[in-house]
Design a protein around this ligand. Structure first.
Ligand code: MLT
Length: 263
């Protein structure tokens, strides 16, 4: 298996601010690492924030459509950057990758933040939906996927009051490579179920979900919270599936408080 070399965004603490740890942020579908731009400001509190792009979404690498390969690439990135015990924050598809990372390198992960994600693998019906989406992607490109997803990614409050967020999400999706997005769809439809992994997670874990999330509604996060001993659950009001973009101040406050606790 060839391990892809990940491209990433990074923000380091300003001069004079001691580094307290590293936060790795794993993005959602059909977006890329730039969805974490509002969280790069956590660097001012001493966090080295690193957000990799899923292989292939922003470059021409062959992603092989596998979370196991992507997780190996995250481990490789940590080795290259000298990161030894990061907190890992994954949102939705990023959560699937976080589970794959726990499977591959449990000892690496100092703390886990699972946002708007689910542990269950795709149902046969969900796989059918992915196949339809792959056909749409081949015929009409990433724009068609963005148009299909955006109404479900954002909460009602955002759709009614913050049109700029929808524009930002659209431009992130449109900047992605068609083959990379196809690779992510393949990874998602073939991913392993992570339900049995949940009770084995021993690191500090925060679960965040938007109150208006229709893709991974709050009861899914409540189930993960019950399954991961000692985990904390926070519901972000007036946010849908992307609370880090829809309510960035509230999201950052919740994340900062958790990170301060795990240092
Ligand atoms: C995401 O936001 O990453 C997607 O909703 C994940 C999925 O389609 O399962």
């Amino acid at each position: 298996m060839a391990v892809p070399v990940l491209d990433y965004l990074e923000a380091r603490p300003p001069a004079g601010t001691p580094e307290v740890g590293t936060l790795i942020c794993l993005h959602a579908f059909p977006l890329n690492a730039r969805m974490w731009e509002p969280q790069l400001t956590l660097s001012t509190a001493g966090w080295r924030v690193i957000a990799p792009h899923f292989p292939g979404v922003q470059d021409n690498q062959d992603a092989e459509g596998s979370f196991a390969v992507a997780a190996a690439a995250v481990v490789d990135l940590c080795e290259r950057l000298g990161v030894d015990a990061p907190a890992v924050c994954g949102l939705s598809m990023g959560g699937y990758l976080a589970f794959a990372l726990v499977r591959r390198a449990r000892g690496l992960v100092r703390a886990l933040v699972l946002c708007d994600t689910r542990a269950e693998a795709d149902t046969p019906q969900a796989r059918e939906g992915r196949l339809t989406m792959l056909a749409t992607l081949r015929e009409r490109g990433v724009a068609a996927i963005a148009e299909e997803m955006i109404p479900r990614l954002l909460g009602d409050t955002t759709k009614q009051h913050r049109p700029a967020v929808a524009e930002r999400v659209r431009s992130l999706a449109l900047s992605n490579q068609r083959d990379g997005i196809a690779g992510v769809l393949t990874a998602m439809m073939t991913r392993e179920d992570a339900v049995a992994l949940l009770p084995t997670i021993g690191c500090p874990t925060l679960i965040i979900v938007g109150s208006e999330d229709v893709l991974t509604p709050p009861p899914m996060s409540e189930a993960m919270h019950r399954a991961i001993g000692g985990s904390e659950l926070v519901i972000v009001e007036r946010a849908g599936h992307l609370p880090n973009l829809e309510q960035p101040e509230r999201f950052n406050a919740v994340l900062s408080r958790f990170l301060a606790r795990v240092v």
